[in-house]
Ligand binder design. Structure first.
Ligand SMILES: N[C@@H](CCC(=O)N[C@@H](CS)C(=O)NCC(=O)O)C(=O)O
Length: 221
């Protein structure tokens, strides 16, 4: 079904920005958690779309057909998680989530690198068995282990922590999204063994309402 962007009985000023998402997407979840953390739930409408589907409701707005995609009332559609977070940061009064300080920018990039790798690994596992690439899977397993080991040290040293006022940044949101994804949609990855700091971090992050409100459905992988 195609989403209608200009209902005839509404003026453009009444139409809210629309965030296309899928419930299983960790990238879209980063933005959905940011919307909740920054108290923008009334300002942005969330629309679920299918993916990899010629009928997907996001496709008329973004030829990439990926989520997140944020369609603005005056026309353009923003894609790519970091760019969508940048737009969300320009709304409302709450502290921004995109970091500017070098250490925090580095921390955000590190977990994005983990998420990108897990996404590739997961995509392989969704293929028919005879179409999977063992070498791609092996590479991504090693990458994930390497990054998770680094994160274990980072967290023990105090990275990815809440800031004053319980505010969190994009690195925090992305780490919550990637571990949340591993928990329910990529359980083949045993990220817990030997990583007590990461386990403890995830337990605390899971208690945030924005996390609990955006849980992805289990995928069986
Ligand atoms: N680089 C993009 C990645 C987004 C992405 O890959 N989203 C996945 C869902 S987790 C998607 O829409 N996949 C559909 C497809 O590949 O056609 C971002 O940062 O937002």
């Amino acid at each position: 079904m195609t989403a209608q962007i200009h209902p005839p009985d509404q003026t453009a000023t009444l139409i809210r920005p629309r965030l296309f998402y899928s419930s299983g997407s960790p990238y879209a979840r980063i933005c959905r958690m940011a919307i909740r953390e920054r108290e923008l739930t009334n300002a942005v409408e969330e629309i679920e779309t299918t993916l990899r589907d010629p009928q997907a409701s996001v496709l008329p707005f973004s030829p990439a057909g990926r989520v997140p995609a944020l369609t603005l009332p005056d026309g353009p559609t923003l894609t790519e998680t970091t760019l969508v977070l940048g737009w969300l940061d320009r709304q409302g009064e709450a502290p921004v989530v995109l970091p500017v300080e070098d250490q925090s920018v580095s921390a955000y990039g590190r977990v994005l690198g983990l998420l990108d790798g897990i996404a590739v690994w997961n995509r392989e596992l969704r293929r028919p068995v005879n179409e999977r690439s063992p070498s791609v899977i092996a590479l991504e397993q090693v990458r994930a282990r390497r990054i998770a080991d680094a994160l274990e040290e980072d967290i023990a040293k105090g990275a990815y922590r809440e800031m004053s006022g319980h505010h969190i940044d994009a690195g925090y949101l992305t780490l919550a999204a990637v571990l949340g994804y591993a928990e329910r949609r990529h359980t083949v990855w045993d990220w817990r063994t030997g990583r007590p700091a990461l386990i403890d971090w995830f337990e605390r992050a899971s208690q945030r309402p924005a996390f609990a409100d955006t849980l992805p459905p289990p995928s069986g992988i």
